[in-house]
Design a protein around this ligand. Structure first.
Ligand code: FES
Ligand code: FES
Length: 156
């Protein structure tokens, strides 16, 4: 079936089976491989993207469920000139990543939180990131990065 997706501001048509996961359409049809697959069972959060501004696990939803929705992946966060989004810059500055596998999902979840709740405290940040697992266990610096980027992300 043909599904119209709007990803990172660009309208795209993908030819997928009715049961194709959103993450598969993003990675395999649109070649947006910044969205990772860690578990494929909605547990790790590596596949998190924004759909109409809210973070969702793209391995837990079908591509066909989102025609016309505004989908943002990690590739869509930086400015056109390559300037990093404040959340990406903060992860870099605060050493909020080690192997980087969880990072796209962490960043997308953090952006969602900061847009909705720019003054979230540390425990609210940790609660938001509960569904994002880091095998490198670098949670402390991830939380520091989110705190550093909160104000700028709310305005971005
Ligand atoms: Fe989607 Fe792990 S790959 S939650
Ligand atoms: Fe390696 Fe999170 S930085 S899994």
């Amino acid at each position: 079936m043909l599904v119209q997706l709007k990803v990172n501001g660009k309208a795209s048509q993908v030819d997928v089976a009715p049961n194709t996961l959103l993450v598969t359409a993003l990675r395999e049809n649109l070649r947006l491989t910044g969205t990772h697959v860690g578990c494929d069972t909605a547990q790790c959060g590596a596949c998190t993207v924004l759909v109409n501004g809210r973070a969702i696990k793209s391995c837990n939803t079908l591509a066909a469920q989102h025609p016309g929705a505004e989908i943002t992946t990690i590739e869509g966060l930086a400015a056109a000139d390559g300037t990093m989004h404040p959340m990406q810059a903060a992860f870099k500055e605060c050493h909020g990543l080690q192997c980087g596998f969880c990072t796209p999902g962490m960043v997308m979840s953090a952006v969602d939180l900061c847009k909705r709740h720019p003054t979230a405290n540390e425990s609210q940040i940790r609660e938001q990131l509960e569904g994002n697992l880091c095998r490198c266990t670098g949670y402390q610096n991830i939380v520091k990065a989110v705190q550093q980027a909160q104000a700028a992300t709310a305005k971005a």
